[in-house]
Design a protein around this ligand. Structure first.
Ligand code: NAD
Ligand code: UD1
Length: 362
């Protein structure tokens, strides 16, 4: 049953198939659901009529995220404080509650950290997936949506990047995601009961329009948009633009930035496709449109009304000149198409920064 609690018109635009009121509500377990993408997906799934339970160990999420989600969806948020590496706990979770599908976000995601601590990344990202899939299989739950990444394309020369592009990796984080995809492929081949949606995200940015949830990286951010946001907020003096001599229109790196709420909608469509089609899919989630670093800085300066000083610096090792998705397969298989534009991405990010700073006194 669709509940138009907060009037977020955007959720209706993508044409969800709302769960019928007279059928049993489908229940979804969101591992890592208190994190950046997971929290936005929580809202989208609840708005689409699913009963959603978050499982998170809060290793990279604020403890008050469930309270903020509760304000957004207007009811209590069910949260299980647990680690996906804890098989005993997972067995208990699946024994206590019937789940129809699992969306698996829980993982470590910082590229630089993965280079310093590869074993921790392999354990959490690969070990977490294996433990979760074993617990699901033991409980008879065979529908899974998996967070993969455009990092599995490595430093790809083919543009736009189709799902059939050659796969590689440039760091332990990317390696862990590629191994996870292979594990999923082998598991699906071994047992036809599995239906899995593998979603390769490009560059998620922005925040929910309410300003209540968003990305909150600890310390100095590695990724572009959170860094720009901190410069706009006056917390950092300037941004270094990594490379001004790439073979791109203005010489700076080009990426496919996608609004996190579009990404969240993609998860709803993926879950619905698993239920409807009874078979899995592997798709890119991007817009198909690339923006340069300088275009991002200019758009954010406009949205925030702040100066964003920058200086051109040497290239970052391992960076591609340009990366953007071929989004057609996602459209064909699950009906996904990004709706929000660059202005929406920057405006929502800034609204989150301003509201969050007020709350934390930062
Ligand atoms: P995030 O760190 O904000 O969210 C991950 C969540 O998982 C956090 O709440 C963390 O506390 C939780 N978690 C981590 N390990 C756990 C464990 N062992 N048990 C239980 N909970 C655990 O990250 P995000 O940006 O929301 O990313 C979500 C997923 O999407 C990750 O799998 C990430 O690799 C993938 N991804 C992210 C991006 C991106 O740019 N943000 C791009 C491509 C793919
Ligand atoms: C990085 C990771 C990738 C990961 C993705 C999303 C690397 C090599 N790749 O990709 O594996 O999936 O994040 O988490 O780390 N830039 C600057 N100045 C900055 C920061 C970034 O100029 O301070 C530039 C980069 O050179 C790039 C663009 O901004 O051209 C986007 O960078 P970033 O947000 O880190 O994303 P990716 O490079 O796509």
């Amino acid at each position: 049953m669709y509940r138009d609690r907060a009037g977020y018109a955007g959720y209706r635009k993508i044409g969800y198939e709302f769960v019928e009121g007279n059928q049993m509500t489908q229940r979804i377990l969101l591992t890592g659901g208190a994190g950046y993408i997971g929290s936005h997906t929580y809202v989208a799934l609840v708005e689409a009529g699913y009963d959603v339970v978050i499982l998170d160990n809060f290793s990279n999420a604020a403890r008050d995220v469930p309270d903020r989600l509760a304000q957004l969806v207007n009811h209590n948020v069910q949260v299980i404080d647990a680690d996906v590496l804890d098989r005993v706990k997972l067995d208990q979770v699946f024994a206590d509650t019937r789940f129809d599908a699992v969306v698996h976000f829980a993982a470590f995601k910082a590229v630089g950290e993965s280079v310093k601590e590869p074993l921790a990344y392999m354990q959490n990202n690969i070990g977490g997936l294996v433990t979760l899939m074993q617990a699901m299989a033991a409980a008879g739950v065979f529908r899974l949506v998996f967070s993969s990444s455009a990092s599995v394309y490595g430093n790809n020369a083919q543009l736009p990047i189709p799902e059939t592009a050659e796969l590689s990796f440039g760091n332990p984080y990317g390696h862990s995601k590629l191994v996870c995809e292979q594990i999923i492929e082998q598991t699906v081949a071994s047992d036809p009961r599995w239906t899995v949606g593998v979603l390769r995200y490009f560059n998620p940015v922005g925040a929910h329009e309410s300003g209540l949830i968003g990305e909150d990286p600890a310390g100095i951010p590695d990724n572009l948009m959170p860094f720009i946001a901190k410069v706009a907020a006056g917390e950092l003096p300037h941004i270094s633009v990594f490379g001004g001599d790439y073979p791109t229109p203005d010489g700076t790196g080009v990426r496919d930035y996608i609004h996190v709420c579009d990404l969240a909608d993609g998860h709803v469509l993926s879950v619905q496709s698993l239920f409807r089609e009874g078979k899995g899919h592997l798709v890119n989630l991007g817009t198909g449109r690339g923006y340069s670093v300088l275009e991002m800085i200019a758009a954010y300066a406009k949205a925030s009304g702040r100066d964003i000083p920058y200086q051109i610096s040497p290239r970052r090792p391992g960076d591609a000149a340009a990366s953007y998705a071929d989004p057609r397969l996602a459209k064909d298989l699950i009906g996904f198409g990004a709706k929000r534009d660059l202005e929406d991405m920057c405006r929502s990010s800034w609204a989150w920064i301003v509201r969050h700073a007020q709350k934390t006194g930062a």
